[in-house]
Design a protein around this ligand. Structure first.
Ligand code: NDP
Length: 333
């Protein structure tokens, strides 16, 4: 069995050759209370970049010389835990490896008959709940709002924009990093306007797309995007800060946003969001979103890379924007 270890802490952009290693290990035997799982789909996510550093944060840093962790879905191949049998499918946190052995209490059973297994990592999984809770609870979306979301062609962002539309937003605007992604936003996801942030200053492009301003900004990017949103936000607007991916590989703090003082005159509210706080919404989220997925009103993309050996490249590709929708590694072949 092969698994990815973190062998050095990246400074700036990770260098997979220097920082990660694919190691061959024996397939472990499950102990009492444990399951052995053959992984089928691995998630690579932006937050993993944070765990590669040893700065204090809301999740433990990855240990050096140990396998990295991350969302995964797999098949139970041996069980010494009550309630888990060979052939069951489970969602768990022991990704970045082909086989995982762990305490069955940290596994959640998932049903491939209800939805494709990969969707438990994306549209019906962690990134989906982030979009749902962030938009509806943290940003407090109201009918008639004008909503701006950055990272809009990614896993979280594409769902935020579509949920906003389905929940009665008057106007939904998205930004993404390529012409192809921008086209997808307006033509497939039903955004009212979209722009490529690489085409010119975000502030100007946003002002053009939202001439009357925005009520809600869902931030996945930080920096220049956040500054532009502050410039466009209306009186009593809301900003849900979900991520700041433009800074995850930065070696210097970002100067933007330089206009935060506008929070006073505009009395806008800005609040950070951690998906872990919102699992109480999970049943409602799955019920509502799976119905929209089935009816075709909510569309999702997955960018799938095949093979455990390509996991580090998939992670790096996601940071560079090579994904549309959820970036996944599949080990099925
Ligand atoms: P995505 O699927 O959106 O993938 C990341 C995307 O970020 C890339 O595709 C790329 O798209 C974009 N990107 C990369 N660098 C930059 C940059 N410098 N400026 C603008 N865009 C950039 O990932 P997720 O949907 O999983 O995550 C989106 C955000 O949500 C991240 O910030 C993540 O940290 C955050 N998050 C937060 C959670 C929480 O609980 N707070 C939970 C889950 C995610 P492009 O081609 O458009 O540049």
């Amino acid at each position: 069995s092969r698994e990815w270890h973190l062998i050095a802490r990246p400074e700036g952009w990770p260098d997979p050759e220097r920082d990660f290693a694919l190691r061959e290990v024996e397939i472990p035997e499950p102990a009492e209370g444990q399951v052995l799982v053959r992984n089928l789909h691995l998630s690579v996510d932006p937050y993993m970049r944070g765990r590669m550093s040893d700065a204090k944060s809301y999740v433990e840093p990855y240990a050096l010389g140990k396998p990295m962790l991350g969302g995964a879905v797999g098949t139970v191949v041996a069980s010494r835990a009550e309630g888990f049998a060979e052939g069951d499918h489970v969602l768990h946190h022991f990704g970045w490896r082909e086989y995982a052995v762990f305490d069955a209490r940290s596994a959640v059973k998932v049903d491939p008959g209800l939805a494709p297994l990969s969707t438990y990592l994306g549209v019906l999984g962690m990134t989906g709940l982030t979009a749902y809770a962030g938009l509806l609870r943290v940003a407090g979306l109201k009918e008639g709002d004008t909503v701006f979301v950055s990272g809009a062609a990614g896993a979280v962002g594409s769902q935020v924009g579509q949920l906003a539309r389905l929940k009665g937003a008057a106007r939904v605007i998205g930004s993404a990093g390529s012409a192809e992604k921008v086209r997808l936003l307006t033509e497939e996801y039903g955004f009212h306007a979209a722009f490529n942030y690489k085409d010119g200053p975000v502030r100007e492009q946003l002002a053009e797309a939202a001439p009357d301003g925005i009520d809600v900004y869902f931030d996945n990017v930080g920096g220049e995007h956040l500054e532009a949103a502050i410039a466009s936000i209306k009186l009593h607007g809301r900003i849900a800060v979900c991520g700041m991916i433009s800074q995850y590989n930065a070696t210097e703090p970002s100067p933007a946003p330089r206009n935060l003082a506008q929070i006073i005159a505009k009395r806008f509210r800005m609040e950070g969001l951690l998906v872990g706080d919102h699992y109480d919404l999970q049943p409602k989220f799955v019920e509502e979103v799976s119905a929209w997925v089935r009816s075709g009103e909510l569309k999702y993309h997955e960018t799938v890379v095949t093979g455990i050996e390509n996991t580090a490249d998939a992670f790096m590709g996601m940071l560079r924007g090579e994904n549309t929708g959820k970036m996944l590694v599949t080990l099925e072949n």
